[in-house]
Design a protein around this ligand. Structure first.
Ligand code: URA
Length: 235
């Protein structure tokens, strides 16, 4: 891929377009060993070697991170009052990252963060029906009738019932433990489905989205880059 030198450097987080232009004008940037003076110089991202103030710049068109979202953080790129999921990412290069979909502020678990808009569309577009699996703890006993109700689709007050959802009961007690698989991403969907059954969600954590499973080694707030295999499966 060919890209302008100033965009290449700005994309990789070396500064704003005007900051990197200043450095180029000062002669602080080299391309394949020669000083680069024109910000519009085209860089071949796969083969050219660029140094910025002595630091080698390796171009990455896309970044993919798996975050174990902790409670108390909002799924947004920026927020005036709250800490966002992007505030948790220290090592990113790209400035154009965003979370793929939203988890509620009090929901934990798997959140994909990337700048790959096509992938996000494939995972989120309403017609795609990508499975999302949640682990939940519920106030009160969850019953087989609840599972049948979920499978038939639940009226949560929207125009249409939810699509069939699979409710697997891990334990039914005063505080039940369940797995729920949904194929849509409606606002507060899991909480509203239980609410329609007269029950409240006490804890909610996403553990899978399509083929991507939350890495159990990640504690809340921790993240890692996706492996090549994980990216390939998603794409
Ligand atoms: N369903 C919810 O109710 N909340 C979430 O964060 C995700 C799914």
């Amino acid at each position: 891929m060919k890209i302008r030198l100033d965009k290449y450097l700005a994309d990789m987080g070396f500064g704003t377009r005007s900051q990197v232009k200043q450095q180029i004008a000062r002669g602080s940037v080299t391309v394949n060993g020669s000083s680069a003076v024109r910000p519009e110089q085209k860089i071949e991202t796969d083969s050219d070697t660029v140094f910025y103030c002595g630091v080698k710049a390796a171009y990455e068109p896309y970044e993919y991170f798996m975050l174990n979202k902790p409670a108390g953080v909002v799924s947004a790129t920026e927020d005036k009052k709250e800490r966002t999921v992007l505030d948790l990412l220290q090592e990113r290069k790209r400035k154009d990252l965003f979370p793929v979909g939203r988890l509620d502020k009090d929901t934990e678990g798997l959140l994909l963060i990337t700048n790959d808009g096509n992938l996000a569309h494939r995972l989120l577009a309403p017609g795609k029906h990508v499975d999302k699996v949640y682990y939940a703890e519920i106030d009160g006993k969850v019953t087989r009738e609840d599972a049948e109700h979920f499978l038939a689709g639940v009226d949560i007050g929207d125009e249409k019932k939810t699509m069939p959802a699979v409710l697997e009961i891990l334990s039914s007690a005063d505080r039940s433990r369940v797995l729920v698989t949904i194929r849509e991403g409606r606002f507060h969907q899991v909480k509203r489905m239980f609410h329609a059954a007269g029950k409240e969600v006490l804890f909610l954590k996403r553990i899978q989205m399509g083929p991507l499973k939350l890495d159990e080694r990640l504690r809340p707030g921790e993240y890692r880059r996706l492996t090549k295999e994980e990216v390939e499966k998603l794409c």
